[in-house]
Design a protein around this ligand. Structure first.
Ligand code: APR
Length: 247
């Protein structure tokens, strides 16, 4: 009887298109707390600060909390062995795309290339009026709220706020990958947020083998997961990469 890690490696080795769907859990070992669960951010902060109309009506107040969470705190995080293992799997041809719910830019920093940012990315700020995009590193966040150089509008982090739609390009790519993949890794997500959680569900409906990596059970575990590698992404993914390389 093959152990679960060997079975997962075999499935990935035999797959011509493998997708990784990631959530906040893959960044926990980088020091970024998840949104839900005992240490979840929504236990400390009111998710309303990320509601789009609240932001447009209370830009100055929202920006204070947004800077605390996403720039002063998250901004110091760096990729962990889980992010690096996925980047290496892509480089070696074992992984073909990532759909991430995360806005922390850690997959990009780890060297992954083919990434659909389902909820956008905090490393960019955008003007809601003229749509000029600014790298956050080029903006002085000691003066809040940051304003567009063209029209003085309050800039918005280029990630999806509650009440906002999913960027069309990310949506199209994500569901195209879900249609095409033969294996879908589901890493560090409760599966509680829609429409993001439809991506692995679509993959499963189209016949993909679902490998879940999570220390806990999620909404996916008893519905679409075919193989649950129970544990931390930063520990399991490097071992999975090792299995793939040794095969
Ligand atoms: N490795 C893997 N998974 C982990 C780890 C770890 N080290 N630590 C925690 N987890 C799991 C938890 O068990 C949980 O299932 O990560 C998951 C985190 O769940 P959420 O915080 O709900 O994260 P996510 O599913 O990505 O949330 C989706 O909600 O608020 C919105 O836009 C936000 O993208 C986010 C979305």
């Amino acid at each position: 009887m093959k152990d679960n890690l060997s079975l997962a490696a075999e499935k990935i080795s035999n797959s011509s298109f493998t997708l990784a769907f990631t959530g906040a859990g893959i960044s926990v070992e980088s020091g970024i707390p998840p949104f839900r669960g005992e240490t979840g951010l929504w236990n400390k902060y009111d998710p309303d600060i990320l509601e789009i109309n609240y932001f447009y009506n209370h830009g100055e107040e929202s920006w204070g909390v947004i800077r605390d969470i996403f720039y002063d705190f998250f901004g110091l995080a760096s990729p962990n062995p889980g992010h690096y293992a996925l980047a290496k799997m892509e480089e070696l041809g074992y992984l073909h795309a990532i759909v991430t719910q995360n806005i922390d830019n850690l997959h990009q920093m780890a060297g992954s290339k083919n990434i659909a940012e389902f909820h956008g990315n905090s490393s960019r700020l955008i003007c809601p009026e003229c749509h000029t995009v600014y790298p956050v590193t080029a903006v002085d966040l000691s003066i809040l709220p940051p304003r567009c150089h063209n029209d003085q509008q309050i800039l918005k982090p280029d990630f999806v706020f509650f009440g906002e739609g999913i960027p069309a390009e990310a949506w199209d790519r994500s569901f195209d990958y879900a249609d095409r993949c033969q294996v879908c890794l589901v890493i560090g997500s409760t599966g509680e947020v829609v429409p993001a959680s439809y991506v692995p569900q679509k993959a499963s409906q189209k016949g993909a083998f679902i490998i879940e990596i999570n220390p806990e059970e999620s909404q996916f575990t008893r519905s679409i997961t075919n193989l649950h590698l129970r544990g931390k992404a930063g520990e399991i993914l490097p071992k999975l990469l090792e299995k793939l390389v040794e095969n």
